[in-house]
Design a protein around this ligand. Structure first.
Ligand code: SAM
Length: 277
Protein backbone atom coordinates (compact mmCIF):
# COMPACT_ATOMS: atom_id res chain seq x y z
CA UNK A 1 0.00 0.00 0.00
CA UNK A 2 1.45 3.38 -1.05
CA UNK A 3 1.23 6.31 1.37
CA UNK A 4 -0.53 9.44 0.17
CA UNK A 5 1.23 12.81 -0.30
CA UNK A 6 0.96 13.61 3.41
CA UNK A 7 2.58 10.32 4.49
CA UNK A 8 -0.70 8.90 5.82
CA UNK A 9 -2.42 5.89 4.18
CA UNK A 10 -4.72 6.48 1.18
CA UNK A 11 -8.30 7.30 2.25
CA UNK A 12 -9.76 4.28 0.45
CA UNK A 13 -7.62 2.09 2.70
CA UNK A 14 -8.58 4.06 5.81
CA UNK A 15 -12.28 3.61 4.98
CA UNK A 16 -12.03 -0.14 4.42
CA UNK A 17 -9.75 -0.77 7.41
CA UNK A 18 -12.16 1.04 9.77
CA UNK A 19 -15.34 -0.29 8.11
CA UNK A 20 -16.65 3.21 7.31
CA UNK A 21 -19.40 2.29 4.87
CA UNK A 22 -21.23 5.56 4.17
CA UNK A 23 -24.54 6.14 5.95
CA UNK A 24 -27.17 8.15 4.13
CA UNK A 25 -28.90 9.29 7.32
CA UNK A 26 -25.66 11.06 8.34
CA UNK A 27 -25.23 12.74 4.93
CA UNK A 28 -22.03 10.77 4.36
CA UNK A 29 -20.53 11.44 0.93
CA UNK A 30 -16.78 11.23 1.34
CA UNK A 31 -14.07 12.98 -0.65
CA UNK A 32 -11.10 10.70 -1.29
CA UNK A 33 -9.02 12.87 -3.63
CA UNK A 34 -6.49 14.84 -1.60
CA UNK A 35 -5.90 17.27 -4.49
CA UNK A 36 -9.58 18.20 -4.34
CA UNK A 37 -9.64 18.50 -0.54
CA UNK A 38 -6.56 20.75 -0.76
CA UNK A 39 -8.34 22.90 -3.35
CA UNK A 40 -11.24 23.35 -0.91
CA UNK A 41 -8.91 24.14 2.00
CA UNK A 42 -6.95 26.64 -0.13
CA UNK A 43 -10.19 28.49 -0.94
CA UNK A 44 -10.29 29.56 2.71
CA UNK A 45 -7.08 31.60 2.26
CA UNK A 46 -3.74 31.27 4.09
CA UNK A 47 -4.05 28.95 7.09
CA UNK A 48 -0.78 29.67 8.91
CA UNK A 49 -1.56 30.46 12.55
CA UNK A 50 -5.26 29.87 11.95
CA UNK A 51 -7.54 27.61 13.99
CA UNK A 52 -9.96 25.82 11.69
CA UNK A 53 -13.29 24.49 12.85
CA UNK A 54 -14.48 21.60 10.70
CA UNK A 55 -17.91 20.01 10.94
CA UNK A 56 -18.10 16.35 9.95
CA UNK A 57 -14.50 15.28 9.28
CA UNK A 58 -15.62 11.70 8.53
CA UNK A 59 -12.53 9.64 7.56
CA UNK A 60 -10.54 12.90 7.48
CA UNK A 61 -9.80 13.77 3.83
CA UNK A 62 -10.48 17.49 4.24
CA UNK A 63 -8.96 17.49 7.75
CA UNK A 64 -5.69 16.15 6.34
CA UNK A 65 -5.64 18.82 3.64
CA UNK A 66 -6.23 21.60 6.18
CA UNK A 67 -3.42 20.32 8.43
CA UNK A 68 -1.01 19.79 5.54
CA UNK A 69 -1.59 23.40 4.47
CA UNK A 70 -0.32 24.62 7.84
CA UNK A 71 -3.34 25.32 10.04
CA UNK A 72 -2.22 25.81 13.62
CA UNK A 73 -5.05 23.62 14.85
CA UNK A 74 -8.21 21.89 13.66
CA UNK A 75 -11.19 21.44 15.96
CA UNK A 76 -13.40 18.85 14.28
CA UNK A 77 -16.92 17.91 15.33
CA UNK A 78 -18.08 14.47 14.23
CA UNK A 79 -21.31 12.71 15.10
CA UNK A 80 -20.35 9.23 13.87
CA UNK A 81 -18.22 7.47 16.52
CA UNK A 82 -17.05 4.93 13.89
CA UNK A 83 -14.81 7.70 12.46
CA UNK A 84 -12.93 8.37 15.70
CA UNK A 85 -10.16 5.72 15.30
CA UNK A 86 -9.37 7.00 11.78
CA UNK A 87 -9.23 10.57 13.12
CA UNK A 88 -6.98 9.43 15.99
CA UNK A 89 -4.41 8.28 13.39
CA UNK A 90 -4.39 11.78 11.88
CA UNK A 91 -4.04 13.29 15.33
CA UNK A 92 -1.00 11.06 16.00
CA UNK A 93 0.55 12.17 12.70
CA UNK A 94 0.07 15.87 13.57
CA UNK A 95 0.66 15.89 17.36
CA UNK A 96 -1.30 18.51 19.28
CA UNK A 97 -2.94 19.93 16.15
CA UNK A 98 -6.23 18.01 15.90
CA UNK A 99 -8.96 18.03 18.56
CA UNK A 100 -12.00 15.90 17.81
CA UNK A 101 -15.30 16.52 19.55
CA UNK A 102 -17.76 13.66 19.24
CA UNK A 103 -21.29 15.00 18.96
CA UNK A 104 -23.97 16.85 17.05
CA UNK A 105 -22.67 20.13 15.57
CA UNK A 106 -26.14 21.66 15.96
CA UNK A 107 -25.67 21.48 19.74
CA UNK A 108 -22.16 22.95 19.87
CA UNK A 109 -21.57 26.47 21.17
CA UNK A 110 -19.18 27.57 18.38
CA UNK A 111 -18.56 31.03 19.81
CA UNK A 112 -16.71 29.64 22.85
CA UNK A 113 -14.74 26.83 21.14
CA UNK A 114 -11.55 28.76 20.45
CA UNK A 115 -10.08 30.40 23.52
CA UNK A 116 -6.48 31.23 22.55
CA UNK A 117 -7.32 34.38 20.55
CA UNK A 118 -6.17 32.91 17.23
CA UNK A 119 -8.11 33.74 14.10
CA UNK A 120 -10.79 31.22 13.19
CA UNK A 121 -11.96 29.92 9.84
CA UNK A 122 -14.72 27.38 9.34
CA UNK A 123 -14.16 24.85 6.55
CA UNK A 124 -16.54 21.96 5.95
CA UNK A 125 -17.97 19.51 3.48
CA UNK A 126 -21.30 19.81 5.27
CA UNK A 127 -23.74 16.98 5.86
CA UNK A 128 -26.59 18.06 3.56
CA UNK A 129 -29.32 17.46 6.15
CA UNK A 130 -28.04 20.05 8.64
CA UNK A 131 -25.94 22.30 6.38
CA UNK A 132 -28.40 25.15 5.89
CA UNK A 133 -29.30 25.27 9.59
CA UNK A 134 -25.63 25.44 10.58
CA UNK A 135 -25.04 28.28 8.11
CA UNK A 136 -28.03 30.19 9.52
CA UNK A 137 -26.69 29.70 13.07
CA UNK A 138 -23.29 31.07 12.04
CA UNK A 139 -24.88 33.99 10.14
CA UNK A 140 -27.18 35.00 12.95
CA UNK A 141 -24.73 34.91 15.88
CA UNK A 142 -25.46 37.73 18.32
CA UNK A 143 -22.07 39.43 18.44
CA UNK A 144 -20.91 40.94 15.14
CA UNK A 145 -18.29 40.94 13.60
CA UNK A 146 -18.48 37.24 14.42
CA UNK A 147 -15.94 34.85 15.94
CA UNK A 148 -14.84 33.63 12.48
CA UNK A 149 -12.91 35.23 9.62
CA UNK A 150 -14.54 33.15 6.90
CA UNK A 151 -16.79 30.22 6.06
CA UNK A 152 -15.74 27.86 3.25
CA UNK A 153 -18.53 25.36 2.82
CA UNK A 154 -19.67 22.64 0.46
CA UNK A 155 -23.39 22.52 -0.29
CA UNK A 156 -25.64 21.03 -2.93
CA UNK A 157 -25.29 23.44 -5.87
CA UNK A 158 -28.93 24.51 -5.56
CA UNK A 159 -28.31 25.73 -1.98
CA UNK A 160 -25.04 27.39 -3.06
CA UNK A 161 -26.95 29.36 -5.71
CA UNK A 162 -29.45 30.53 -3.07
CA UNK A 163 -26.61 31.67 -0.80
CA UNK A 164 -24.95 33.91 -3.41
CA UNK A 165 -28.19 35.07 -5.12
CA UNK A 166 -29.00 38.76 -5.44
CA UNK A 167 -32.22 40.56 -6.31
CA UNK A 168 -33.89 39.71 -9.64
CA UNK A 169 -32.29 36.27 -9.54
CA UNK A 170 -34.52 33.16 -9.53
CA UNK A 171 -32.63 31.73 -6.55
CA UNK A 172 -32.97 34.91 -4.46
CA UNK A 173 -34.86 34.35 -1.21
CA UNK A 174 -34.55 34.55 2.55
CA UNK A 175 -31.12 32.85 2.56
CA UNK A 176 -29.74 35.25 -0.08
CA UNK A 177 -30.97 38.28 1.88
CA UNK A 178 -29.47 37.09 5.18
CA UNK A 179 -26.15 36.15 3.51
CA UNK A 180 -26.08 39.42 1.54
CA UNK A 181 -26.83 41.43 4.68
CA UNK A 182 -24.07 40.02 6.87
CA UNK A 183 -21.48 38.65 4.44
CA UNK A 184 -19.82 38.89 1.08
CA UNK A 185 -20.59 35.48 -0.41
CA UNK A 186 -19.13 34.03 -3.59
CA UNK A 187 -19.39 30.77 -5.47
CA UNK A 188 -15.89 29.25 -5.57
CA UNK A 189 -16.29 26.12 -7.76
CA UNK A 190 -18.52 23.15 -8.53
CA UNK A 191 -17.75 19.57 -7.61
CA UNK A 192 -19.32 16.79 -9.72
CA UNK A 193 -21.13 13.82 -8.07
CA UNK A 194 -18.42 11.34 -9.11
CA UNK A 195 -15.85 13.12 -6.90
CA UNK A 196 -17.65 11.66 -3.84
CA UNK A 197 -17.94 8.16 -2.42
CA UNK A 198 -20.76 7.31 -2.74
CA UNK A 199 -21.76 9.87 -5.41
CA UNK A 200 -24.75 12.05 -4.46
CA UNK A 201 -27.55 12.63 -6.99
CA UNK A 202 -26.68 16.26 -7.66
CA UNK A 203 -23.70 18.55 -8.29
CA UNK A 204 -22.19 20.25 -5.25
CA UNK A 205 -20.59 23.69 -4.91
CA UNK A 206 -18.04 25.24 -2.60
CA UNK A 207 -19.05 28.71 -1.42
CA UNK A 208 -16.86 31.15 0.46
CA UNK A 209 -18.34 33.79 2.76
CA UNK A 210 -16.54 36.59 4.55
CA UNK A 211 -18.27 38.63 7.24
CA UNK A 212 -19.29 42.12 6.30
CA UNK A 213 -17.75 44.23 9.10
CA UNK A 214 -20.47 46.87 9.02
CA UNK A 215 -23.77 45.39 7.91
CA UNK A 216 -26.73 47.79 7.63
CA UNK A 217 -28.04 48.20 11.20
CA UNK A 218 -31.13 46.01 11.43
CA UNK A 219 -32.73 43.68 13.97
CA UNK A 220 -32.30 40.07 12.91
CA UNK A 221 -35.73 39.08 14.15
CA UNK A 222 -37.44 41.89 12.16
CA UNK A 223 -35.49 41.03 9.01
CA UNK A 224 -36.49 37.40 9.38
CA UNK A 225 -40.16 38.38 9.74
CA UNK A 226 -40.23 40.54 6.61
CA UNK A 227 -38.29 38.06 4.46
CA UNK A 228 -40.45 35.19 5.70
CA UNK A 229 -43.66 37.05 4.80
CA UNK A 230 -42.40 38.50 1.50
CA UNK A 231 -40.94 35.28 0.12
CA UNK A 232 -43.76 33.16 1.56
CA UNK A 233 -45.78 34.50 -1.39
CA UNK A 234 -42.95 35.45 -3.73
CA UNK A 235 -45.12 35.76 -6.87
CA UNK A 236 -47.56 38.15 -5.18
CA UNK A 237 -47.21 41.92 -4.91
CA UNK A 238 -45.73 43.09 -1.61
CA UNK A 239 -48.96 44.84 -0.57
CA UNK A 240 -50.48 41.34 -0.38
CA UNK A 241 -47.51 39.32 0.89
CA UNK A 242 -46.66 41.65 3.81
CA UNK A 243 -50.32 42.40 4.65
CA UNK A 244 -50.09 40.75 8.07
CA UNK A 245 -47.12 43.03 8.97
CA UNK A 246 -48.84 46.29 8.04
CA UNK A 247 -49.25 46.02 4.25
CA UNK A 248 -49.49 49.32 2.36
CA UNK A 249 -48.88 51.48 5.45
CA UNK A 250 -45.62 49.67 6.20
CA UNK A 251 -44.50 49.87 2.57
CA UNK A 252 -45.31 53.61 2.42
CA UNK A 253 -43.26 54.19 5.58
CA UNK A 254 -40.32 52.36 3.99
CA UNK A 255 -40.87 54.19 0.68
CA UNK A 256 -41.29 50.96 -1.28
CA UNK A 257 -43.76 50.59 -4.15
CA UNK A 258 -46.53 48.18 -2.97
CA UNK A 259 -46.78 46.72 -6.47
CA UNK A 260 -43.27 45.29 -6.39
CA UNK A 261 -42.53 41.63 -5.68
CA UNK A 262 -40.17 40.24 -3.03
CA UNK A 263 -37.54 39.05 -5.47
CA UNK A 264 -36.95 42.62 -6.77
CA UNK A 265 -36.03 44.11 -3.37
CA UNK A 266 -32.36 44.68 -2.56
CA UNK A 267 -30.90 43.73 0.82
CA UNK A 268 -30.85 47.43 1.70
CA UNK A 269 -34.59 47.72 0.95
CA UNK A 270 -35.37 44.64 3.05
CA UNK A 271 -33.45 46.20 5.95
CA UNK A 272 -35.41 49.45 5.51
CA UNK A 273 -38.65 47.48 5.62
CA UNK A 274 -37.52 45.60 8.73
CA UNK A 275 -36.52 48.85 10.44
CA UNK A 276 -40.03 50.27 9.82
CA UNK A 277 -41.79 47.34 11.51
N1 SAM B 1 -15.35 15.73 5.65
C1 SAM B 1 -15.57 14.41 5.07
C2 SAM B 1 -15.21 14.45 3.60
O1 SAM B 1 -15.20 15.55 3.04
O2 SAM B 1 -14.98 13.39 3.04
C3 SAM B 1 -17.01 13.91 5.28
C4 SAM B 1 -18.10 14.82 4.77
S1 SAM B 1 -19.70 14.08 4.82
C5 SAM B 1 -20.51 15.05 3.55
C6 SAM B 1 -20.49 14.77 6.26
C7 SAM B 1 -19.93 14.33 7.62
O3 SAM B 1 -20.68 14.97 8.65
C8 SAM B 1 -20.01 12.84 7.91
O4 SAM B 1 -18.79 12.37 8.41
C9 SAM B 1 -21.11 12.71 8.98
O5 SAM B 1 -20.93 11.62 9.86
C10 SAM B 1 -20.98 14.04 9.70
N2 SAM B 1 -22.22 14.51 10.35
C11 SAM B 1 -23.50 14.32 9.97
N3 SAM B 1 -24.35 14.98 10.77
C12 SAM B 1 -23.58 15.61 11.70
C13 SAM B 1 -23.87 16.44 12.81
N4 SAM B 1 -25.13 16.78 13.12
N5 SAM B 1 -22.84 16.92 13.55
C14 SAM B 1 -21.55 16.60 13.24
N6 SAM B 1 -21.22 15.80 12.19
C15 SAM B 1 -22.22 15.32 11.44
Amino acid sequence: MMAAIDGLPPLRDVISRHGLDARKALGQNFLLDLNLTQKIARTAGPLDGVTVIEVGPGPGGLTRAILSLGAKKVIAIERDSRCLPALAEISDHYPGRLDVIEGDALKVDFETLVTDGSSVRIISNLPYNVGTQLLLNWLLVKSWPPFYQSLTLMFQREVGLRIVAQEDDDHYGRLGVLCGWRTNARMAFDVPPQAFTPPPKVTSSVVHLEPNENPIPCRTEALERVTHAAFGQRRKMLRQSVKSLGGEALLAKADIDPQRRAETLSVEEFCRLANCL
